[in-house]
Write a protein that binds this ligand. Structure first.
Ligand code: PSV
Ligand code: MN
Ligand code: MN
Length: 390
């Protein structure tokens, strides 16, 4: 590939930004057991510190998403200042309308108006927090749904959802947007109120241009063509961002690129081909993972490296050759262009990108050298659970 092309690829990789989630730094587990780790952050400030370390090691993770109230603090502006001092910023604010007993039958879709009122008040409180932190994204996920046919009216629940979304949307400032996540099941097992991208999309279209769809890669039925969803939403200007993670079975929340690096590459290829890696496209590339067994900071670093590798391969697709093969109806030729790019070993290229960014070409080795794990093991006793299952 021509030197100028490689320089363009490297420059795109240097500019890439990936947000890490505060909850990935806390203890997490399954409903069967949370295996607590040592040195886990005891509060939001320490989660920010860990996220800042991930940025220091990778050079491409300059923000951390918060989950409220898991990351509740007295003064959010102070937390934002702490993040700034540590070299990062606070990113998406994720309201939590699923952990209170009141939400047994749902939050904004609950049949009880008092519960709906409480849930909406929390969404609005989270916009207040965005104002204090300077965050531009309200990241919405609802656990709402029903377990049995007849349990509640599917249609009435959509009306209630629309009403709450609209009230939250109206509260957003000019530079703020709302990303609406969908998930096909869990915790509801019969019907989820936002089960798929189509439902999310329809609500976002009604709401307006500052409402967009959030694609969590773990929230689809097996076999779903996620890159098609990405391509479609991009075309409509309705792709707001991602929650990246890997799944083998359900919403496994494993490291992105671990289960299916080829799928991640295909998703990034749609992004690259639509020019959506550019900052102006305003796509939020966020991770949403839980590291139940593995140490959390290096797992985040590894996840970021996996996203970078998929992105680098997507950037290396020879767009001219691909377009020519597609024009000529050369099925095998077109597929070969894509596969040739995928089969590149991009690790040396990324080592150069890291050197350009002033970070170690091997961030995992660099992490070990920091002595962070040993230090926090002494400093932090009684780390905080990520928020659920503990
Ligand atoms: C739900 O499964 C989800 O993907 C949402 O984004 C939550 O906010 C996150 O996981 C953490 O539980
Ligand atoms: Mn998610
Ligand atoms: Mn999830």
């Amino acid at each position: 590939m021509a030197a100028t092309t490689i320089e363009t690829v490297k420059s795109a990789l240097r500019a890439q930004q990936i947000e890490t989630p505060s909850w990935a730094y806390g203890n997490s587990g399954t409903r069967f057991k949370v295996f607590a780790q040592e040195g886990i952050p005891r509060n939001a400030y320490e989660k920010v510190d860990d996220a800042a370390l991930v940025h220091k090691l990778t050079g491409v993770a300059p923000s951390v998403a918060l989950h409220i109230p898991w990351d509740k603090v007295d003064d959010y502006a102070d937390l934002a200042a702490h993040a700034k001092n540590a070299g990062i910023r606070l990113g998406a604010i994720n309201p939590n309308v699923f952990q209170d007993d009141d939400y047994r039958l749902g939050s904004v879709c609950n049949p009880d108006p008092a519960v709906r009122k409480k849930a909406l008040a929390h969404l609005l409180e989270c916009v207040d927090i965005m104002d204090a932190t300077g965050s531009s994204i309200l990241s919405l996920w609802f656990a709402d749904g029903i377990n049995y046919p007849g349990q509640d009216s599917l249609r009435a629940r959509q009306d209630r959802l629309a009403e709450a979304l609209s009230a939250a949307y109206d509260r957003l400032g000019a530079d703020q947007r709302m990303l609406v996540e969908y998930k096909f099941f869990e915790p509801a097992f019969y019907a989820t109120d936002i089960p798929d991208w189509g439902t999310s999309y329809a609500h976002c279209v009604t709401l307006g241009e500052r409402a967009q769809v959030l694609v969590d890669t773990g929230h689809h039925a097996p076999g779903t063509n996620i890159e098609f969803i990405v391509a479609f939403l991009l075309r409509q200007g309705k792709l707001g961002g991602f929650h990246f993670n890997s799944r083998f079975y359900a919403d496994d929340d494993l490291m992105v690129g671990a289960a299916d690096p080829f799928q991640l590459f295909r998703i990034m290829l749609e992004i690259v081909q639509a020019g959506a890696l550019e900052e102006s496209a305003n796509i939020a590339f966020m991770l949403d993972q839980c590291h139940n067994l593995e140490p959390k900071v290096p797992a985040m670093v590894r996840s970021i490296m996996n996203v970078q590798e998929a992105t680098a391969k997507a950037l290396l697709v020879d767009a001219g050759a691909l377009a020519a093969a597609q024009r000529e109806g050369d099925v095998l030729g077109a597929n070969a262009v894509v596969m040739d790019a995928y089969n590149n070993d991009v690790r040396p290229l990324l080592a150069e990108v890291r050197a350009d960014l002033g970070v170690d070409p091997d961030p995992i080795a660099a992490y070990r050298r920091t002595g962070h794990a040993e230090r926090v093991r002494e400093e932090r006793r009684g780390g905080q659970a990520a928020g659920w299952g503990a």
